[in-house]
Design a protein around this ligand. Structure first.
Ligand code: BGC
Length: 722
């Protein structure tokens, strides 16, 4: 009992100091037994105008003030989304040199999306949420759910792929599990931040239909199903207003239509105007004048758009205090849900459980793209001498890429993972190419070494340098950089038993695809990258990831490049590709990508049978079940991601042939079979009707397609919507 009494006494003291209690009772805002809304209102009415305004802007690179007089804590943000960023100096981006802040790096979000497994997403959220909590952060700047519109986008690795349904399903458990730690997720970047090129200025023109069907659903799921406590405005403009203070996106859609009650946080330096920031839905301004203290009276933060200029405008009656109160309520609510929740757990940091989680997620997300003649797995008992080639085998990928760059407690590299799995004596390593000097090694030496090996594993791809999967700039071309194509061609010519592993967050051109028997998409896998990759290549783990985006053969297969504008001109980009993103476009054009959306192989094989609907028709408000039986036909356990797509046969507007509306990852023992059932409702049938500005389901015949990828449909069934 003793600690409890002193705790209550401490609270009473704080309250008394704040001058707001009588008879030593706890003021409502500090009283855990009061509903949050009561506490928020109570805190709000105790605050001065100056205290309220202070809460609406940063006080340092990653923190904003609380109310010291009332004992209301500060907000401390951290990047996000793959690990907890190192501590930085108060006003700088650079590391502060702490020795206790090296984190666990989890796989990049493309890899998480490639697991197609909400349980992996939950494990991810739980683990990273615990790390954030341990480090005393109450806002995690992530996850990111911007749609993969073009493979050139430098930040695709931080997002969850091209499909709004997949991203929507995957984002929800991440959020829920992070927030169980009393840490708010800050889902980013809302919205239409689909390229890095000119990101701070570019104005996106997009149809309402594409906005609703493609670009907003994952954010909507994050708000309505995930219940995220904060969201980050994007750098770019939409409808000629910056997204950090965009009346349509923030006021009309996010807050009014979706009922979001959390905090809108600006991207760092994404705020441009006091009036718009005051009125168009921004709550908390961060990162303005990110160069630090170069523009200020006493402190750069005083000159933020939502600082002194806002305060003066409020005093002059230019801005309404009601709007200010709305911002402060939202920030207080976030604080009450996080730092002021006395029941929140304490978290944990760089624990074995987190390393296991990072490895498990990676093992579930790595995608076996091609495996001619079952070259993989390369069983360690059957190979004596493996030649490993490629800079990415031995390069740290947690560093670089921009704000998601991490200081990690360790990063197990692919070469290390292979050495420990196969034995050091069995592995010979050659770099093959060098990114810094952009040179290729002597090809005859590579060729000679490859000829002598039992098998060759090339590990290359992109690398998070500028324009190679990095924030602030897009890729400059679709092909592999640094002469890697030549190296791959040389190796496979010398030794047909060549495996190519691409480390990237984006698709790349593969002019050598027909000659290379085995290809793996290895992603950026973080702390346990090497062990995870080795376990897949050696066959300890049966691969089960599938692509969360289309692997185009060339850029003209991508709607953004073929129909739309990219990267735009004069700070303007027109999404003429509309809803024709990813497989929606390749299917319309009947073009065959290198690997389709949803594709991924296993070391076993799965047979699909008996695709059926539980009835022939459904009403627009009703539900219908589609089921399929899936059998593991091989001789080892494996997991299959069963996918359901729905297509509308005749419609008043052009619609994609089919769209993903369900998936289930099922683990099956050899010979085992299971019936998977999907329940669909109007959400699986609807489109955004621009004439009524609402969702619409048209009656008629629909087709359900069930398969192993968007292009590998194993059964269909028609049903009628009345
Ligand atoms: C990025 C955000 C990030 C922020 C803080 C910005 O440049 O766009 O994603 O959270 O910096 O580091």
């Amino acid at each position: 009992m003793k600690p409890k009494i002193s705790f209550v006494a401490a609270l009473a003291t704080i309250a008394a100091l704040a001058g707001c209690t009588s008879n030593n009772s706890i003021p409502p805002y500090l009283d855990d037994n009061q509903p949050i809304e009561v506490r928020v209102e109570d805190a709000l009415q105790r605050m001065t105008l100056e205290e309220k305004v202070a809460m609406c802007h940063a006080q340092s690179k990653f923190s904003s003030p609380g109310v010291p007089r009332l004992g209301i804590p500060e907000v401390w943000c951290t990047d996000g989304p793959h690990g907890i960023r190192e501590e930085v100096f108060w006003d700088e981006w650079s590391g502060a040199g702490w020795t206790n802040d090296a984190c666990t790096a989890f796989p990049a979000l493309t890899c998480l999306a490639a697991t197609w497994d909400p349980e992996m997403s939950a494990l991810y959220g739980k683990s990273i949420g615990e790390e954030a909590r341990y480090r005393n952060k109450n806002v995690l700047l992530g996850p990111g759910v911007n749609i993969y519109r073009t493979p050139l986008n430098g930040r695709n690795f931080e997002y969850m792929g091209e499909d709004p349904y997949l991203a929507s399903v995957m984002v929800v458990p991440y959020i829920q599990e992070v927030q169980k730690n009393g840490v708010a997720t800050c889902v980013k970047h809302f919205a239409l931040n689909n390229q890095e090129n000119a990101r701070l200025r570019i104005n996106v023109t997009v149809s309402d239909r594409a906005l609703r069907e493609i670009y907003l659903p994952a954010f909507e799921a994050a708000v309505k199903q995930g219940g995220t406590w904060s969201i980050m405005g994007a750098y770019n403009q939409y409808n000629n207003e910056h997204c950090c203070h965009n009346s349509i996106l923030l006021n009309d859609i996010l807050k009014k239509e979706w009922g979001f009650d959390g905090t809108v946080i600006s991207d760092w330096g994404g705020t441009h105007d006091t009036k718009q920031a005051a009125e168009n839905g921004l709550d908390l301004e961060f990162g303005t004048w990110s160069n630090g203290l170069t523009w200020s009276a006493s402190n750069a933060y005083d000159n933020y758009f939502l600082a002194t200029p806002y305060l003066e405008g409020l005093k002059a009656g230019t801005y309404s205090e009601e709007q200010l109160d709305d911002k402060v309520r939202r920030i207080l609510r976030m604080i009450f849900r996080t730092t002021m929740d006395r029941t929140r757990p304490f978290g944990e940091f760089v624990s074995p459980a987190h390393f296991d989680a990072a490895r498990t997620i990676a093992q579930n997300g790595i995608v076996l793209l091609q495996n001619e003649g079952n070259l993989l797995p390369l069983s360690p008992d059957k190979v004596q001498n493996i030649l490993v080639v490629g800079e990415n085998a031995n390069k740290r990928m947690t560093i670089g890429g921009g704000s998601s760059s991490l200081k990690v407690v360790y990063e197990n590299l692919p070469l290390e993972g292979l050495q420990s799995r196969y034995g050091k004596d069995k592995i010979t390593y050659m770099k093959g190419y060098t990114s810094g000097k952009d040179t290729v090694e002597e090809l005859s030496e590579l060729s000679a070494a490859a000829e002598k090996a039992d098998a060759v594993i090339f590990i290359g791809g992109l690398n998070k340098h500028g324009h190679q999967d990095a924030e602030g700039g897009d890729r400059l071309s679709y092909g592999l950089p640094y002469g890697q194509d030549t190296v791959i061609e040389t190796l496979v010519q010398a030794n047909p038993r060549t495996v190519v592993v691409i480390i990237s967050g984006n698709a790349v051109a593969m002019p050598w695809k027909e000659r290379v028997p085995a290809i793996v998409e290895g992603w950026y896998c973080g702390t346990e990258a090497g062990n995870a990759l080795a376990s897949i290549l050696a066959g300890d783990v049966n691969p089960s990831g599938k692509l969360p985006f289309t692997y185009y053969a060339s850029l003209d297969q991508c709607g953004a490049h073929a129909l739309g504008e990219y990267p735009g001109a004069n700070n303007q980009v027109n999404y003429k590709d509309d809803i024709w993103v990813g497989y929606r476009f390749t299917e319309r054009e009947k073009s065959a990508p290198l690997f389709p959306f949803g594709h991924g192989l296993s070391y076993t094989s799965f047979e699909y049978s008996d695709v059926k609907a539980n009835k022939k028709s459904m009403s627009q408000e009703g539900k219908l079940n589609i089921s399929v039986t899936v059998k593991n036909n091989g001789d080892r356990e494996g997991s299959e991601i069963v996918q359901l797509y729905i297509g509308d046969k005749e419609s008043s507007v052009p619609r994609p042939l089919k769209e993903l509306k369900g998936f289930d990852k099922v683990k099956l023992a050899p010979g085992e079979s299971r019936t998977v059932t999907f329940t669909i409702d109007s959400q699986a049938l609807r489109f955004w009707d621009e004439t009524t500005n609402d969702w619409k389901v048209e009656p008629g015949t629909f087709t359900a397609y069930v398969g192993a990828s968007s292009a590998d449909i194993r059964g269909t069934v028609d049903f009628l919507v009345k």
